[in-house]
Design a protein around this ligand. Sequence first.
Ligand SMILES: [Zn+2]
Length: 316
Amino acid sequence: MLDGYKDSQPIVYKILKNAIIDDKSSHAYLIETGGFYDSFNFVMSFVKSLLCPLKKLNKNNCGECHQCEVIDSGNFPEIDVIAPDGLWIKKEQLQNLQKEFTTKALIGNKRIYIIKQADRLNKSAANSILKFLEEPDNNIIAILITDNIYSVLTTIRSRCQILRLKSTDISKEPLNTIEKLKQIITVNQKDNLTTETLEEKIQKVIEFVNYLEKNHLNTLLYIGKLWNDYITSKEEIEMAYEIMINYYKDILNYSLNQPLEIFELNNDIKMISSNNTQDEICRKINKLVELKELIKYNINSNLLMDKLIMTLEGVI
Ligand SMILES: [Zn+2]
């Protein structure tokens, strides 16, 4: 049951739990195991919580109804698990899956496919999954699992909500905030930015969030100065969203008494964490993920900013 991971995976648990309660799950997740020994069971608990017919009745996870038992036994027809066949995940494996999805009637309300070792998708397999991810079907959820998100193709990474299980490996070299963000940002154009420009943009995005958290709807009057002067292209907007999502994740970390993953602790993070409940922070993260999806539809960027501010302020 998902609740069993409340302590060992506090941040990912909180984000997923919130998405389930609000019925706002993403259409694709990329989960980095971080060497967490129980990562597949964790994913299956999430899947059960998504599908369980009793989830609305009971805010806790069920795990005991007939359907949850069928899922445990590995015989639930709406869940497909794909793993490398030999060294690679092959195109045919995904084609079979897609065929199954289009021909078989749906039992229940959602279909879920899980791809183990998503870094092992060969090029043509990756292309066929991209089509899946680009034209999401509301009833289908993809969960990709990998030990290292950086070995997953960027095109795939950028279309998934990334969740990193808490690492049990502490041998990694510590990186600073900019280095960590550079690794995490999936937008292609980031490689064309100099470290100084990237640093400036990150700074501006964080200033924007801090301003918004202090001044709320008044921020609408200063979008030009706070944002439009610095964040212009579609790629920059996408990058800015990724930065904001990671910033709020660290705010959530702080509020859950967990070490921050990317940012250095400062008074702004403390302030935002004390002005927002954990549920509010989760809601903001999920809303940002949702709005980030709109960028690719070439939505007018001023409208998107208005929408962002009003959504984060809970007005719409
Ligand atoms: Zn159940």
